[in-house]
Design a protein around this ligand. Sequence first.
Ligand SMILES: C[S@@+](CC[C@H](N)C(=O)[O-])C[C@H]1O[C@@H](n2cnc3c(N)ncnc32)[C@H](O)[C@@H]1O
Length: 230
Amino acid sequence: MNLDKKEIDNFDIYAHEWWNKRGPYKLIHNLTPLRVEYIQNSINVKGLNILDIGCGGGLLAEELTKKGAIVTGLDASKKTINIAKQHAKESNLNINYVCSTLESFIEEDKNKYDCIICFELIEHIPDQKKLVLDISKVSKKKSKLFMSTINRNIVSFAFAKVIAEYVLKIVPRGTHQYGKFIKPSELARLVELAEFKVEDISGVKLNPIDYTFSLSRMTKINYFMTSTKK
Ligand SMILES: C[S@@+](CC[C@H](N)C(=O)[O-])C[C@H]1O[C@@H](n2cnc3c(N)ncnc32)[C@H](O)[C@@H]1O
């Protein structure tokens, strides 16, 4: 199974915090507007069938649904999916949430999606190559794939692991494992192997004063990648 049980246990612990804007997922709340802008600069999501893999509490799924997308959100943490379902219900939004890994999901669901989102997930997955190959299976010609993750180098280790988890405590302790961080060139290779064409790699910069985000040419820590299925 392409899932790390320890990771899921960790996400279960903080599941109730997903919609707390000042809680452990504060940075993801602050990043969401930039993510929406990044996606919309590439496609109009209205009417598109979108698969959000590792959707967490549904922060992005809800924003995309409000913009007219038809979203399916997958997450392997049962507590997380329950929080996502409850919040969508309270917000009167129709989102298809499924508690599953992608690997298990594709055994049942034979749909192909117009757009696949895989944000801050690949660094939590044991077999990263398999994840990308499975993404290819739910894609059709010209499907868009948006990914985001953390680069692997001394700077990302210092900021994404040590400072974020232990010094500033703005990310739950134990969230990240350095060995699973992935360089843009490595991710691009995996994505190309899965028959996607990489179109953009953009860095994500954190303003340390107000913890807001903007795009940057510097990809040393967090970065987005857009690609299209050939
Ligand atoms: C860092 S969070 C990112 C959530 C969301 N994509 C976002 O960026 O707002 C990673 C999420 O992936 C889920 N996850 C971890 N391993 C998974 C797997 N193998 N399959 C599906 N979901 C997984 C976790 O439960 C967690 O909710």
